[in-house]
Design a protein around this ligand. Sequence first.
Ligand SMILES: Cc1cc2nc3c(=O)[nH]c(=O)nc-3n(C[C@H](O)[C@H](O)[C@H](O)COP(=O)(O)OP(=O)(O)OC[C@H]3O[C@@H](n4cnc5c(N)ncnc54)[C@H](O)[C@@H]3O)c2cc1C
Length: 368
Amino acid sequence: MEEYDAIIVGASFAGLATARFARGGRVLVLERDPRLGARQRSTCAAPESWVRRLGAGGSILGVMDRLVVHTPGGREIPITMPERYCTLDYAAFCRLVAENLEAEVRTGAEVTRVEAGAGSGFTLHSTGGTFSSRVVVDASGWRAAVASQLMAGYSGAPLARGIETEVEYEVDEVHIYLGNRIAPGGYAWVFPLDNGRARVGLGSLREVNLLELNRRFMRHLGVDSWGSHHGGVIPCSGLRDPVAGGVFVVGDAAGQVLPGTAEGIRKCFVYAELCGRVISRVLSGELPLEEALRTYRRGVLRAKEFYDTMLAIQRIAYRLPDRVLEEVLSRVGSRQLVQRIVGAYFAENRGGVDLTGVASYLRLVGRL
Ligand SMILES: Cc1cc2nc3c(=O)[nH]c(=O)nc-3n(C[C@H](O)[C@H](O)[C@H](O)COP(=O)(O)OP(=O)(O)OC[C@H]3O[C@@H](n4cnc5c(N)ncnc54)[C@H](O)[C@@H]3O)c2cc1C
């Protein structure tokens, strides 16, 4: 058995970013796939500044600062994004972040069993060997491979699912399509890549045939050929406790993907930085582990109210009949108000305007 100062399970957005900020000791990242970035699930749109900060600027495909929302009635609401987003080559992103790590990364190492020893830390049994550490991070995605072994029922039932593919389609901005005709119980999207290509996908909270719906959506866009589809579960059911059984939990594993929009990557980066920095203080001897777990927990749960509001918006907005949704969108349709709502969404971590008014308004019209 090999002993490490810290072990991070999962080498995707949350795990690699945590490893980037966890310094000052022997840190190991365990990934089940045989190669980094082998299994893309996502459209991979994230803030450009974050991607560059993680040393992965070379993985950027398309860059965008405008968003167009298409209402069920066919109106278009243009929005200026408060910061530039980019789409990524996922495999290149994982490789570039990993190249800049102090940590050791082992692929082909699926953690299958976790043992918590009294006071002495954790033993992780994986297909690539057995490892032990006092400090463990679960960044293994929605199934929370470690936390769910330490705490029964931690990961909960799958909630939403999403699917996407790449096509020849020339756009410069993000397009979001709302309404039951195109995306019942969710929304459809188009994100620009480079060279006249785009990622086109669709997510839903309902048990619908995503593949059939996405094909229909692409035909609606006038696209008649596409590549293979991929996707997965989106655990947008609100924040879980980010500390489970003495383990730090980051990213989808902790339900940090935002309800309502299913934006998860930015949140992975934000909480990975917090987790990695707290771990560095443990490794340097500045902070006892128990205090570090409390600090991380407090830092994440500061956003609980915002997540709960987004959850309320998600529950209501994706159930509204198209005619009611159109009405709601026409009332918030003033450019200024839309920009304020978008500003509140992005400012959440900086203590910005809250969105509870929007949730109450939706609740009200949902009852009419
Ligand atoms: C179709 C779709 C499109 C999306 N588009 C976007 C988007 O454009 N922008 C955005 O912000 N969010 C998007 N999301 C959400 C986003 O993809 C997730 O929030 C994000 O991938 C979460 O990252 P993560 O690192 O927490 O988990 P994951 O990306 O799921 O990574 C988990 C990692 O852990 C590894 N792993 C799992 N189990 C084990 C184990 N037992 N042992 C070792 N390793 C293990 C996995 O192989 C994987 O590498 C999308 C989601 C879907 C489904």
